[in-house]
Design a protein around this ligand. Structure first.
Ligand code: NAD
Length: 307
């Protein structure tokens, strides 16, 4: 068996080895902008996709492409309709990185509630007395509001409930109560979750329905001391509205892993604020998840190539 796989961004070498062993020639383009992809998709059987965009225009040039295996969960960077019309299969790695994201969120909760980043900066500048102004909050007994109770939301609920002693409140219109542990609360109103949670964390896919789910109106419902965490997709939060409430200290803070436009511009309104922690879409980037995502996607490609 011989086939060509386009891999525009780096993946774990174990995934590359698995593909090569199965007969793949790896195509590694010089960049992954639309113009480059337009050329490189023309002659490949499979794509192992990370965050680069596959527009209709790109897919129209993919004459022999059979599969796009997404190295991760969200497929919002792929024009799914255009792929379906051409009979191109899209797969993802639905559980390979969920623990990595869940642990980042735990880190965000603890750092945000205990002011770890501001404490670090102050101590390095010689301000040890800041300790008297950096009282934090404990997570035990607080309410964690989880928007989107899929694989990641569930894992965070379990870890935060069992491990940290938090109460869990869930908003997800697509799940039924029977599938939620009895010690966790479910609400069918987003407003209710926002006004009752001490930490709000987002775990929905990005779609027309979830675009700016957290906006100027909804964010105002959050408690004054609440923390907002977004490790889902940037477009789920209206970043200008978030920056406004943070500037006025109308919520405690925000921890943001994902941006509406990535990479974000240097003048991004959130970067001026010290009640914000920002990370560069790090959710899935642990050594463990990176290897697992590469092996899952390589396995999907090989299975399709074998027919
Ligand atoms: P999942 O598909 O298992 O769960 C998503 C959940 O969101 C589902 O239960 C669904 O019913 C719910 N949902 C959909 N629309 C909703 C809405 N309008 N309101 C409330 N709930 C809604 O996905 P997952 O594995 O839990 O991942 C969630 C998202 O996290 C992914 O789609 C991806 O965009 C993002 N993600 C980010 C990173 C990162 O690096 N930061 C890594 C992995 C995944």
């Amino acid at each position: 068996m011989h086939f060509k796989v386009l891999i525009p961004q780096q993946i774990d070498s174990e995934g590359v080895k698995l593909l090569q062993k199965a007969g793949a020639t790896i195509i590694d383009p010089p960049s992954y902008d639309e113009e480059t992809l337009l050329t490189y998709v023309q002659d490949v059987d499979a794509i192992l996709a990370r965050t680069e965009r596959y527009s209709q225009k790109v897919l129209e040039n993919a004459y022999r492409l059979k599969i796009i295996a997404r190295h991760g969960i969200g497929v919002d960077n792929i024009d799914v309709k255009a792929a379906n019309e051409r009979g191109i299969l899209i797969t993802n790695a639905p559980t390979a990185n969920i623990n990595a994201v869940a642990e980042l969120v735990l880190g965000f909760m603890l750092s945000g509630m205990r002011n770890l980043l501001n404490a670090d900066k102050a101590v390095r500048c010689g301000d040890f007395e800041i300790r008297n102004r950096l009282f934090g909050y404990e997570l035990r007994g607080k309410t964690l509001g989880i928007i989107g109770f899929g694989n990641i939301g569930r894992l965070i609920a379990d870890k935060s409930n069992d491990g940290l002693g938090m109460n869990i409140l869930i908003y997800d219109p697509y799940i039924s109560r029977e599938n939620v542990p009895s010690n966790m609360e479910v609400t069918n109103k987003l407003e209710n979750l926002l006004s009752h949670s001490d930490v709000v964390t987002l775990h929905v896919p990005y779609s027309r329905d979830t675009h700016h789910l957290i906006n100027r109106k909804s964010i105002k419902l959050m408690k004054k001391d609440a923390l907002l965490i977004n490790a889902s997709r940037g477009g789920v939060v209206d970043e200008d509205a978030l920056a406004d409430v943070l500037r006025k200290n109308e919520i405690r803070g925000a921890c943001i892993d994902v941006f509406e436009n990535e990479p974000p511009v240097m003048e991004h309104p959130l970067f001026q604020l010290d009640n914000v922690i920002v990370t560069p879409h790090l959710g899935a980037l642990t050594f463990e998840a990176f290897k697992e995502m590469a092996l899952t996607t390589a396995g999907d490609i090989i299975a399709v190539m074998k027919g």
